[in-house]
Design a protein around this ligand. Structure first.
Ligand code: GDP
Length: 360
């Protein structure tokens, strides 16, 4: 499954954040597989629509879409040269589908910073540099082999060109995620190299509570990573929030000027960064969100529930969530002509409420 790897320098709040994520019963609800390994957490994608659907259909259970996070410790300055846990963490990052860097922006003088000062820009560069150095080594090692192959197989010339262009970008200190598109580097050709910096990045800035509402400050941080997404939270507050009952949590949230926990935003942004969206099903048993890649067709979406649904796909009965809620019930939505029959070429939209028709 698609996993978001959490990286960052030591002492920036990774464990605090990861523990809050995985201890959050609400988010981990109904997932018996929520803890697979100590450093892997599966949490539910917060989605208010499911609660509304459950009301409408009298569903017994609510099943949000699962989102996986893996806490990848050990990324320190010099890691690509074998410092710290060295290559062990590189293998973990290779397995992740997106990279989430936690960046310290909180000022607490009691928490030591490994480089002696709090500087989000420097920390981001330190981590990027390690990942870039690791990719440079990979490309450098692969190039002679690729060049040799290209002498035998003409079609490999494009791969060599892509690898050379990637090398140049990396050598200039640019991640492939940032630079490949504008430099015209076809990353699909380099898939076999399992490069790290081709993965989508997102950032969590761990800020002081007092700064959560300071838009000028947050904008400066945003600018450091744009166009990658930035999520802001106070990890310490997040770890307190999960210990409170609902009313107390709401009170604490409001006192920090937030409408929802930062963890919820992180899960949502992470899910989007993976290129995923959900469609919904509802009935007396469960109201459930199913994960599909953006651009998936109706039969592909059916296949997420069961491969038989995809094989025997006939059509999908679809109403958009908003139309369904506006109508007030499925029968009212049907009467209003809002329920469509879609065929095998239909491209799924986020929030489609679906019932599949299929042959067995
Ligand atoms: P990791 O090494 O990145 O996993 O960092 P930890 O989560 O272990 O945090 C390192 C230290 O910083 C711990 O003492 C935490 O309590 C503290 N810490 C983490 N997040 C925050 C925060 O948002 N504010 C403050 N003041 N301290 C924090």
């Amino acid at each position: 499954s698609l996993t978001i790897g959490i990286v960052g320098l030591p002492n920036v709040g990774k464990s605090t954040l990861f523990n809050a994520l995985t201890k959050n019963d609400v988010l981990a609800a109904n997932y018996p597989f929520a803890t697979i390994e100590p450093n892997v957490g599966v949490v539910g994608l917060p989605d208010e629509r499911l609660g509304k659907l459950a009301e409408l259909f009298g569903s017994e259970k609510i099943l949000p879409a699962p989102v996986s996070f893996v806490d990848i410790a050990g990324l320190v300055r010099g890691a690509s040269k074998g410092q710290g846990r060295g290559n062990a963490f590189l293998a973990n990052i290779r397995d992740a589908s997106a990279i989430c860097q936690v960046v310290r922006a909180f000022s607490d003088p009691n928490v030591l910073h490994v480089d002696g000062k709090v500087s989000p820009a420097d920390d981001i560069e330190t981590i990027n540099t390690e990942l870039i150095l690791a990719d440079l080594q990979t490309v450098e090692k692969a190039l002679p082999r690729l060049q040799k192959e290209a002498k035998l197989k003409k079609e490999k010339a494009a791969t060599v060109a892509a690898a050379e262009a990637a090398f140049k970008l990396l050598n200039d200190g640019v991640t492939l995620y940032q630079g490949a598109a504008s430099a015209g580097v076809d990353l699909d050709l380099l898939g076999e190299l399992h490069l790290l910096t081709t993965k989508p990045f997102l950032y969590v800035f761990n800020v002081d509570e007092a700064e959560l509402g300071n838009e000028a400050f947050l904008d400066e941080l945003r600018a450091l990573v744009a166009p990658a997404e930035a999520v802001f939270m106070d990890a310490k507050i997040e770890s307190e929030l999960i210990e409170l009952d609902e009313d107390e949590a709401l009170e604490l949230l409001q006192s920090t000027g937030q409408s929802e926990p930062g963890l919820n935003r992180l899960i949502r942004v992470g899910f989007e960064t993976l290129g995923l969206q959900t469609y919904l099903t509802a009935g007396p048993k469960e109201a459930r969100a199913w994960t599909v890649p953006v651009g998936a067709t109706a039969p592909e979406a059916a296949g997420v529930i069961h491969s038989d649904f995809q094989r025997g796909f006939i059509k999908a009965e679809i109403v958009s969530y908003d139309d369904l809620i506006a109508a007030g019930s499925m029968s009212a939505a049907k009467a209003a002509g809002k329920v469509r029959m879609e065929g095998k070429d239909y491209i799924m939209k986020d929030g489609d409420v679906v019932e599949f028709r299929f042959n067995v």
